[in-house]
Design a protein around this ligand. Sequence first.
Ligand code: URA
Length: 332
Amino acid sequence: MPDRYDDKSRGPRLQRILADAGVAARRVCEQLILDGEVEVNGRLVAKLPAFADPEIDRITVQGRPIKRRSRKVYVMLNKPTNTVTTTADEPDMDRRTVADLVDHPTADRLFPVGRLDFDTTGLLLMTNDGELANKLTHPRFGVVKTYHAVVKGKLSDEDADRIAEGIYLAERKAGRTDGASRTARVEVKVFHRDRDRTILELRLREGRNRQVRRMLASVGCPVKKLERVAMGPVKLKGLPRGGWRELTKGELDGLRKAISRGKGEPEVIRKKTSKKTSKATTKKSSSKRTRRDEEVQVSIVDKKRIKSAVARSGKKSVKQTGARRYDGGSGR
Ligand code: URA
């Protein structure tokens, strides 16, 4: 591509790329460009409009490369059996991993959201959005995971009720049994029963290790087949076994809603509202923290040059606006 940065087809506006990378507010970034602080592929770009491709072009501000933001990717895999839910198998164990099956063109590394056993099939979400992944798996947010199971034997109504109300399962810590605790309520629906097997659905809000298998084994009905068919409102559909696809916007919005509907709030939020005094303390400490962060932010870039860019952009000072910090792409 020729070194022309006034060509719209090149990509987004340069000030937008800088702002998205956390350099400062967009108006401040415009001013930084006009001040001659920005280079693209080693060439000074000091005129607006200017456009660049953040994936290809090497962009620097005051000589420092900007931080690349990787796009958040959300994938649904229809996990087959004989596959480990990990990105890399243990040494000397040459098994197929879920990462082997998801070859996404733009995301380097996608992590599984929760875990399915080696022989469990079905819906496994994979993403590079660690925050969303944590919320989806943390029992505090209560996102429902739906499983279909085929078990050996006839599961009685009484045993289905026992599972629904919660049963004691051993806890394991560092590979050792460490007491037992009761499972949270489970919704159980029996679809079919005959002499030697039962087909049922279970809806869980927590995800202990091998929980479904252990609950069913404890009432004498070991699992023969287990498939996860939904996570929150997102259903396993449109995929052959071993296939993957990106989530639709609707599915992603649905997951976010399921998290915010979940009765669990992060601990800090509960603490803040539980006592009047703690609210005040939290406020004070957060304002202290903000001030300190802003100082770091301003000291990282050249204070004077940023300040003058801010002044000329007509914006309030970096401190007042809380403009995002530029860390020279180091991610510190
Ligand atoms: N419960 C299990 O027992 N196994 C799984 O893979 C998922 C939930």
